[in-house]
Design a binder for this molecule. Structure first.
Ligand code: SF4
Ligand code: SF4
Length: 734
């Protein structure tokens, strides 16, 4: 086993490739600038179902490429180098492979572009194409001819997001994206030090030809990069690169990823033990279906948590310019979550469940999912009523469940509840909606009914699906499934469909034992919403039941940051597990997953050691974002920023921890328009009547009745007029 240079000290905005060590040559700029002006060349329309879906998503994002800047400039922007850290950091956060900056020469504007729309600087974003499925994989045929189109869509997504971020900071910026170019991207990529000219084409020192480009044209001044020397092209063959340069991802790790079958993720989930049922008890015949009106963020928007929380809920996702940048992009995808099914399609090519499973997994990884699992959808995973009070009919048999890693390094630089926290969630929502949306539209076009379920609009509960699809176990954090390889730091998206597939099985990596002997998330939660005590039965699930009301209030009203994810950030299982990780960490993770017999020694040791080495503290090298807040569409300096690291002294006696539980019988009626205030006093009492898992098992054996608090609150009454009122109210709020 090799020991690679640690990435701990690598500044985040340097990215995954060691671009900073490449040879540069200033003399090449003049020749590049002198090249004659190019003509616009329109790309043809895609001919395949998949290509058409990708083009639709590209165009959805491109519609937001240009707009007015905020009416005032953001503070703290005097230092140009610091600006660069923010802009390059954001592109890395959004998974650009490389990013460069240059001034825009006159010749880089395409013919016919008016001078009054021109800007001084170009930020050039380079996206690496995904791994192509093997030729005998069905997805290979689906994707054929649309690899560039996919890269263009991803480049557009990133460029639009960066341009919006700059505009929210008060500067002009236009995302110059494939399909509506005003600039010559190839020339700018050379000037910005990303590519080298070779014959008629461009070559990238690490990616060679498999990339797409987009540009942000802006008057937001930034330090510029220098053109690469042709000598830079030899770096990829060096032992130094193979070994890892200055904490960049090593050539060996890139190679390991490239060699895996495309239906497998980058993470070795195949080493994790599979079991027939989730490791936490689910009383399948007792779990009630609950309405979307009962979710706490929905309750907040209706005013159930009071007027202050309601107001904060409405501005929650636009609190920081980075999350605000993603908000409308996410919203633009919602109307496309369920596309018309092609009813004349020939379905004979989709009858092999095993081949279909492989294909959808490969497609999901090609589009950027980090982990994908498949399960049959249990009845109780469908919500009972939509937000407008209408009943939800379960309609599909299978769920494709996908995880988007919230990204280790940014979490490493953050406290978990400072100003970037909300944007980490939004990035997961954006990417998830895009991946599932494109897959769903492709399947619908093939004649397979499908629907995407995103954070903005989901008809299913994700947690049981994550468990059944074998993507994790329930953790002490409560309503959070934890994966053995990416830990708790992910967002999920679900695509339900009737495409025949082979379900995955649930997993067991001993998390119940780990969380039984570790309390770090409970200790580090800023509002003590995570239980220090044992698991209970909540609505038919065995769970460490968090105080969801307290967590929701904190996330929504956090005045020194945006949202919160401290439980994820500080969990000892929040790690990067790849061949570049520290050798000790890799061995510990492997043993943690495989060697159950070692757990009594390993778990207390790992929990103790995690604190000793300072895990969970902020790593300033990884901080790239500005501590900014958006108020009334203007970016300002916030009144404060949470500065938390870890506090090993904090402890609560479980017997004294006051936890509120809102059982199914305390939920608001599914069609309740007016505020339905939470009753915390009653919810504190409700916690005391919860069964333990052992009591629930014993009751079932005796043939005892379903607890009364599992019975959900009924509809208000005569539906018709009421439902219309709810629908209208909801439309107004949206
Ligand atoms: Fe606590 Fe924050 Fe986690 Fe909620 S998100 S449980 S407030 S640490
Ligand atoms: Fe479990 Fe500890 Fe992680 Fe909490 S911090 S989820 S107790 S492993």
């Amino acid at each position: 086993m090799f020991i690679y240079p640690s990435s701990k000290n690598r500044p985040y905005h340097f990215g995954l490739y060691p671009m900073e060590v490449l040879a540069r040559d200033d003399a090449l700029a003049a020749a590049e600038i002198a090249l004659p002006k190019a003509k616009r060349v329109a790309k043809p329309k895609p001919k395949t179902l998949y290509g058409t879906a990708v083009r639709r998503y590209r165009d959805l994002f491109a519609a937001l490429a240009q707009d007015r800047e905020a009416r005032a400039k953001a503070p703290l922007l005097d230092d140009l180098e610091r600006r660069l850290v923010d802009i390059k950091g954001l592109s890395c956060f959004l998974n650009a492979a490389q990013i460069g900056v240059c001034e825009i020469p006159e010749n880089a504007w395409l013919q016919g572009v008016k001078s009054k729309t021109r800007h001084s600087h170009a930020i050039v974003v380079l996206i690496e194409h995904g791994r192509l499925p093997e030729s005998d994989n069905l997805a290979s045929g689906w994707i054929e001819g649309a690899v560039d189109e996919t890269g263009d869509m991803r480049a557009t997504e990133i460029a639009v997001c960066i341009a919006r971020h700059i505009r929210f900071m008060g500067f002009k910026a236009r995302a110059d994206v494939p399909g509506s170019e005003q600039l010559e991207h190839e020339r700018l990529s050379v000037l910005a030090g990303l590519n080298v000219r070779q014959g008629d084409g461009l070559v990238n020192p690490f990616i060679e030809n498999g990339f797409s480009l987009a540009v942000i044209a802006t008057d937001y001044e930034l330090p510029v990069d220098r053109p690469l020397s042709p000598k830079a092209l030899s770096k990829k063959n060096s032992l130094h690169y193979w070994w890892g340069i200055k904490g960049a991802r090593s050539g060996a790790e890139w190679n390991r990823r490239d060699k895996r079958d495309t239906h497998l993720s980058a993470y070795p989930m195949e080493i994790v033990k599979r079991v027939d049922e989730p490791t936490t008890l689910i009383l399948e015949d007792e779990v009630p279906r609950v309405s979307k009106r009962a979710a706490f963020f929905e309750r907040a928007v209706r005013g159930d948590l009071g007027e202050k929380t309601k107001a904060k809920r409405l501005s929650f996702s636009t609190k920081h310019p980075v999350s605000a940048a993603m908000q409308n992009m996410i919203a633009s995808m919602v109307p496309h979550q369920e596309m018309p099914v092609e009813d004349k399609a020939d379905l004979s090519g989709l009858s092999d469940a095993e081949a279909n499973s492989k294909a959808v997994k490969s497609l999901s990884y090609f589009l950027g999912s980090d982990l994908t699992g498949i399960c049959e959808i249990p009845r109780y995973a469908w919500a009972s009523h939509n937000v407008d009070g209408s009943e939800i009919e379960p309609k599909h048999r299978y769920a494709i469940v996908m995880l988007i890693d919230q990204e280790f390094d940014t979490m490493e630089g953050a406290s978990g509840d400072d100003w970037i926290s909300g944007a980490q969630s939004m990035r997961g929502y954006l990417r998830g909606a895009e991946i599932a949306g494109i897959m769903g539209e492709t399947l619908a076009g093939m004649g397979m009914s499908s629907r995407t379920h995103t954070q903005m609009d989901s008809l299913v509960l994700h947690i049981p699906l994550l468990l059944w699809a074998g993507l994790g176990e329930l953790s002490r954090i409560g309503e959070l499934v934890l994966n053995p390889l990416v830990g708790p730091r992910f967002k999920s998206v679900v695509l339900t469909t009737d495409l025949p597939m082979v379900p995955d099985k649930p997993i067991d990596f001993g998390l119940q034992y780990f969380c039984d002997n570790c309390w770090k998330c409970a200790r580090e939660c800023p509002c003590d919403a995570i239980p220090w005590g044992d698991k209970v039965m909540f609505n038919g699930y065995e769970i460490w039941k968090p105080d969801v009301e307290r967590c929701a209030r904190y996330r929504l009203t956090n005045s020194k940051g945006s949202a919160c994810g401290r439980c994820m950030k500080t969990c000892p299982l929040n790690k990067v597990i790849d061949s570049d990780g520290p050798i000790f960490q890799r061995m510990a993770s492997y043993l943690g997953i495989k060697a159950f017999w070692l757990k009594p020694i390993m778990v207390p040791l790992a929990a103790w050691l995690d604190d000793v080495v300072g895990n969970g503290k902020r790593n300033p090298v990884k901080k790239w974002w500005f501590d900014h807040e958006m108020v009334d569409d203007v970016t300002v300096e916030p009144a404060g920023t949470n500065q938390r690291d870890i506090d090993p002294t904090h402890k609560i006696d479980p017997a004294k921890q006051k936890m509120a539980t809102y059982n199914a019988n305390m939920m608001p009626p599914p069609d309740h328009v007016e505020p339905y205030p939470v009753n915390r006093k009653e919810a504190l009492v409700a916690t005391t009547v919860l069964e333990t898992p052992a009591q629930a098992r014993a009751r079932k054996l005796r043939g005892g009745r379903v607890p009364i608090h599992y019975i959900p609150t009924k509809l208000m009454g005569k539906a018709g007029a009421k439902k219309e009122a709810v629908k209208q109210w909801y439309e107004d709020v949206k």
